[in-house]
Design a protein around this ligand. Structure first.
Ligand SMILES: NC(=O)C1=CN([C@@H]2O[C@H](COP(=O)(O)OP(=O)(O)OC[C@H]3O[C@@H](n4cnc5c(N)ncnc54)[C@H](OP(=O)(O)O)[C@@H]3O)[C@@H](O)[C@H]2O)C=CC1
Ligand SMILES: CC(=O)N[C@@H](CCC(=O)OP(=O)(O)O)C(=O)O
Length: 310
């Protein structure tokens, strides 16, 4: 029997992109709910309980509700793409490349929390430097980012694309999260192994998909002897042996005049850069990804495949 997969929220932005990635797959049976019934709780509960893996592509509250709907079912496994369970101790964090042991944890897990799009970039840059002892305890980390507008789901897509929308946004680029209380901060802190919460300043640009996450650092305030080259080497070592996260060679980064936030749109990979000048005093770490690729739907399918390989 083929494993049954149900995407709760399949008609939303993240859910649709997971469906696209699953099109043509013959190794799984996709359970589906008609779009008009997408909020029909009884139908959702039946489908959730019939699935081997349920992928939740819902707002946080609806995700928690979905988890409660399968509380008495000890077979169905869950991948939650929302923020609801990303710092929960009994959920595996679905970022396979963050540690050598993480793929196995995801493979065996009953409950997997898919990472947020911004934390995927930030943790990818920060965690290896914490583990290598380069980024010291208490360093005041800042994370600055720009996302494609699909990151805000159906509501923001309508605000950006529909001029008749009463909440239309005409800005080509805007900052938000101005209270510095963005919901991704706890996740960056925990899985970035940070003592202090980072200052996180997100923004949105007038392009549908793509993302740049930046973590600038003062070399003088890092572990003694830290250089552009040693930071790059730590990232290269951390990501050796896998094909999703690429670390750009320093020579390539040194040639670049600019970074295009949409470069990886439509892809499920992520590229990391270390910018600065050899012998200089500062570096800027940059992650490039698609908010809906490695930042959401691509990661969810990667996690599903890991779980199916158990
Ligand atoms: N977009 C992105 O880049 C990323 C999104 N995520 C996360 O993925 C999840 C889904 O986000 P996204 O796809 O962007 O959002 P969308 O708003 O595009 O889609 C959400 C879907 O869930 C449905 N839904 C909402 N409430 C309920 C409910 N109570 N019961 C059943 N269905 C419901 C919506 O239906 P309706 O149309 O009726 O509202 C819609 O189809 C969120 O938790 C988000 O934070 C994570 C990483 C990146
Ligand atoms: C542009 C935009 O609005 N982005 C979303 C995050 C998208 C994402 O990663 O979603 P979840 O963490 O909710 O799963 C935001 O800032 O709330």
């Amino acid at each position: 029997m083929k494993p049954k997969i149900f995407i709760d929220g399949e008609h939303g932005t993240t859910g649709l992109q997971i469906r696209t990635r699953m099109a043509g797959r013959t190794d799984v049976e996709l359970l589906s709910i008609p779009e008009a019934e997408r909020r029909n709780a009884a139908m959702r509960e039946d489908l959730l309980n019939d699935a081997d893996i349920a992928i939740l592509c819902l707002p946080d509250d609806a995700s928690r509700e979905a988890v409660s709907m399968v509380a008495g079912n000890n077979r169905v496994r869950i991948i939650d793409t929302s923020t609801a369970h990303r710092v929960a101790p009994d959920w595996a964090y679905g970022f396979a490349e963050m540690d050598k042991a993480q793929p196995e944890k995801i493979r065996e897990a009953r409950h997997v929390a898919n990472p947020g799009c911004y934390p995927t970039g930030a943790i990818a840059l920060i965690r290896p430097l914490r583990q290598a002892g380069i980024l010291p305890d208490g360093y005041p980390v800042t994370v600055n980012a720009v996302s494609g507008y699909t990151g805000g789901g159906k509501q923001m897509i309508a605000q950006m694309e529909d001029e008749q929308n009463p909440d239309h946004i005409s800005a080509p680029h805007f900052l938000y999260g101005l209270t510095l209380k963005h919901k991704h901060v706890p996740e960056m802190k925990m899985h970035g192994l940070l003592e202090r919460a980072p200052i996180f300043s997100p923004s949105v640009g007038r392009f549908p998909q793509g993302m740049i996450v930046q973590v600038p650092l003062y070399l003088d305030d890092l572990a003694a002897g830290a250089t552009l080259e040693s930071i790059h080497a730590a990232l290269v070592e951390h990501y050796a042996g896998q094909s999703i996260v690429e670390v750009a060679p320093l020579a390539e980064s040194a040639q670049l005049a600019r970074i295009d936030a949409t470069e990886l749109a439509g892809k499920d990979t992520m590229k990391l850069f270390v910018f600065g000048t050899s012998g200089g005093t500062h570096v800027n770490l940059v992650a490039l990804l698609d908010n809906l690729g490695k930042g959401a739907s691509g990661a969810a399918v990667q996690n599903m495949d890991l779980m199916l390989s158990a």
